[in-house]
Design a protein around this ligand. Structure first.
Ligand SMILES: [Zn+2]
Length: 308
């Protein structure tokens, strides 16, 4: 049983201008490090051609919002600014459908037991996207779309979403607040972008932390808050919003994690997946904007998933 690394060519075509930190080069930063570190031959490297359908998107987003994106998709060579962070080019909508679709392909792959777990290295990311709104470089909430697909297709009762991006996964929180079929666990720098109102509900274990918190502080949160919540919930599937922008070398945020912290957190989640979810984990790339630390962190995350 293996780990699958999934990309899609459309992830390279969606771009938001040369100065935007969410650049297509982020995918290469990860793939290059997987090759350089010697990990790539030990995992399944897959280019998926799966696109999400309207039905898949509409399990999470409103029809008005989907129509809004379709009607504002720009001509080739021009951009449409939803906000200063969230910009559509000619290829963005296709890339967003494929980015969500790769997640669904990964869900099927772990339930069909082709692999134990999977890392989806696609763009655009998703965890800021709300049911009716794009923001923070996110258009469709990929992890939420995958969660609703898995619940619907595989009749799941309990699924955990773990988010270790430096930013609050506000979209995911909004979509699943008070939904007993999902437990969400995260930490995030606060106060900080997106600065949306925090939603406190029984199924949310989202822990705000102050700037400059280090790996030891974060590990304590994982051990004392996340692990007891996951153990009592016993999820049948674990999904991860894997942002690597809490790394100390990533200027996007001011948390001080090291790549070894991502390995430590992933080891805990792999252990939980062995106990509760028949090894099933699907992880989604969210943030991570410093190319070197993004590549190194993602490689350790994937090594932990693959136990190599
Ligand atoms: Zn982020």
């Amino acid at each position: 049983m293996d780990t699958m690394y999934i990309t899609h060519p459309a992830s390279y075509l969606h771009e938001m201008g040369v100065l935007h930190p969410d650049s297509p080069k982020r995918i290469d930063a990860i793939s290059d490090q997987l090759i350089m570190s010697g990990v790539m031959p030990y995992i399944i490297n897959c280019h998926s051609s799966s696109s999400a359908s309207d039905k898949d998107i509409l399990r999470v987003h409103t029809i008005d919002y989907l129509n809004y994106l379709r009607s504002h998709s720009p001509k080739e060579g021009s951009y449409y600014y939803i906000d200063m962070d969230t910009i559509m080019n000619y290829y963005t909508l296709d890339a967003a459908f494929y980015s969500a679709g790769v997640g669904l392909f990964a869900i099927d792959s772990v339930f069909n037991k082709h692999v134990n777990n999977a890392f989806c290295a696609t763009r655009p990311p998703g965890h800021h996207a709300c049911s009716n709104r794009a923001m923070g470089s996110c258009f469709f909430n990929n992890i939420a779309i995958a969660a609703r697909y898995a619940i619907s297709k595989y009749n799941l009762k309990r699924l955990a979403i773990i988010d270790f991006d430096v930013h609050h996964g506000n979209g995911t929180e909004e979509i699943f607040a008070n939904d007993p079929s999902v437990l969400m666990c995260s930490f995030f720098q606060h106060p900080f972008y997106p600065d949306t109102k925090l939603i406190y509900s029984a199924n949310m274990c989202n822990i705000p932390v102050e700037a400059y918190a280090d790996g030891a502080f974060i590990r304590d949160i994982v051990s004392s808050k996340w692990v007891p919540a996951i153990e009592s919930y016993r999820p049948e599937l674990i999904l991860i919003s894997a942002g690597f922008d809490a790394h100390r070398e990533d200027d996007m945020g001011q948390l001080n994690l090291h790549e070894s912290d991502y390995k430590w957190i992933t080891d805990i989640l792999v252990n939980m997946s062995e106990k509760y979810s028949s090894n099933r984990i699907v992880s989604f790339l969210e943030g991570g904007y410093d190319m070197s630390s993004l590549g190194r962190s993602a490689v350790l995350h994937i090594r932990s998933l693959a136990k190599i």
